[in-house]
Ligand binder design. Structure first.
Ligand SMILES: Nc1nc2c(ncn2[C@@H]2O[C@H](COP(=O)(O)OP(=O)(O)OP(=O)(O)O)[C@@H](O)[C@H]2O)c(=O)[nH]1
Ligand SMILES: [Mg+2]
Length: 307
């Protein structure tokens, strides 16, 4: 009873917090760690996250709406441009912007370019040096100093998103900094993405983990149908779009071995998340030039760049 009374008298707070950084810095890993469950996919490959995704974390009376963004890099293809524009858009719409730097990679050209562009970001900024488990402590101080010399940060954290070191400190700091206001989501919600979107993302994650080279970037996954069955299970059909027949063959693998492994591992993870039996059916279709097809962008939740 005491706790309830406290919760109703204490004013609620809510902050929109964008996580930006170079590809592979660990943004999605940190979102998952802050939320406390997997809402965003993670792979060792660059350019995993394609569109904005909101993960929701609660800390005391504060709700933290964490905006996962695509990595920021020098874009070439249309899809790359859409992703980078989206990432900066996410930053400009937030109350607080956290900038992740991979401590192992340090301030390379990509991180340097990003830090320089932070001048244009008006919101309070926080620096997060991630992957501290991979580097010597001494190098971290030099890195923090160099980054703070290029951009203005309110504070600097040194964390390991995979190990969880320092994550609670980040959550608490953000909560303390959150402006007073109503929560935007119910307290038990972990993400703004519908289940069918997460399901497509999980399949894309398995595709990235299973296949190598350029192929993953020339593929996209969409959930086509989602049918709840009377026996409590769910039947999900998804299409993996690739650009060429040769790529379709790679996704299928010898005697369908690759697609089978991708489907099995996606199905297993989905069953765990949905807490029900999942029947997953994957189809691979060649859609030449899907990277220039506005409908594919709409499905991904990205604006279609005119050129
Ligand atoms: N050793 C170590 N690895 C990490 C840490 N955080 C993330 N990683 C790894 O870094 C890789 C990239 O992580 P992601 O979370 O996908 O990175 P991202 O910044 O979201 O990448 P994009 O979506 O491509 O921009 C994965 O293999 C993670 O397991 C960390 O603290 N320590
Ligand atoms: Mg990501």
């Amino acid at each position: 009873m005491g706790e309830d009374a406290a919760a109703t008298t204490e004013a609620t707070r809510c902050a929109f917090i964008a996580l930006i950084g170079a590809p592979n810095a660990g943004k999605s890993t940190l979102i998952n760690a802050l939320v406390g469950s997997k809402v965003a996919i993670v792979t060792p490959k660059v350019q995993t996250t394609r569109a904005l995704l909101r993960g929701i974390a609660m800390e005391g009376s504060a709700q933290l709406v964490l905006i996962d963004t695509p990595g920021i890099f020098a874009p070439r293809r249309r899809l790359d441009r859409a992703m980078v524009t989206t990432a900066w858009g996410g930053a400009h719409d937030a109350d607080i912007v956290t900038v992740l730097i991979d401590a192992k990679r340090g301030i390379d050209d990509e991180a340097e370019a990003l830090l320089k562009k932070l001048d244009e970001v008006r919101q309070p900024k926080v620096l997060i040096l991630n992957k501290v488990d991979l580097v010597e402590k001494a190098s971290l101080l030099a890195l923090a100093r160099a980054a703070n010399a290029t951009a203005r940060f309110e504070t600097t954290f040194m964390i390991s998103a995979t190990k969880g070191d320092g994550v609670a400190d980040v959550r608490q700091w953000l909560a303390a900094r959150a402006p007073a206001g109503p929560w935007h989501y119910p307290a038990d919600e972990v993400s703004d993405a519908p289940a069918r979107h997460l399901a497509a993302e999980i399949t894309r994650e398995k595709l990235y983990l299973k296949l190598h080279q350029e192929l993953p970037y020339q593929s996209t996954v969409e959930t086509e149908t989602w049918t709840e069955r009377k026996d409590g299970s769910v039947r999900i059909e998804q299409t993996i779009y690739v650009e060429r027949e040769s790529q379709r063959k790679i996704v299928l693998g010898k005697a369908g071995q690759s697609i089978k492994a991708i489907g099995e591992s996606a199905r297993r993870e989905l069953a765990g998340i949905l807490e029900k039996k999942v029947h997953l059916f994957l189809f691979v279709k060649v859609r030449e030039g899907w990277g220039d097809d506005p409908e594919r962008y709409r499905q991904m939740g990205l604006e279609f760049p005119k050129e």
